[in-house]
Design a protein around this ligand. Sequence first.
Ligand SMILES: [Zn+2]
Length: 78
Amino acid sequence: MRRLEARLALEARKPPPVRTRASVSAATVRTARPRPRCPGCTLELPRGRRGESCVWCGFMFAAVSRRASAPKTPRKPR
Ligand SMILES: [Zn+2]
């Protein structure tokens, strides 16, 4: 039993398994923090400066958000 405990301790001490897919993980990390982008010019919007329109091209976000919130074809339940 002692051996088992020692083994468990070793396992716990071990660092987390390194992922072989370094490139993929890096890509996921990049996309893990999605920054608000302007749908018009696809440029990253500056932090804390997000207003009603894009600071780069002046694209109105209201137009896009409206579309997303309003479904085109409402489905009727059978
Ligand atoms: Zn823009």
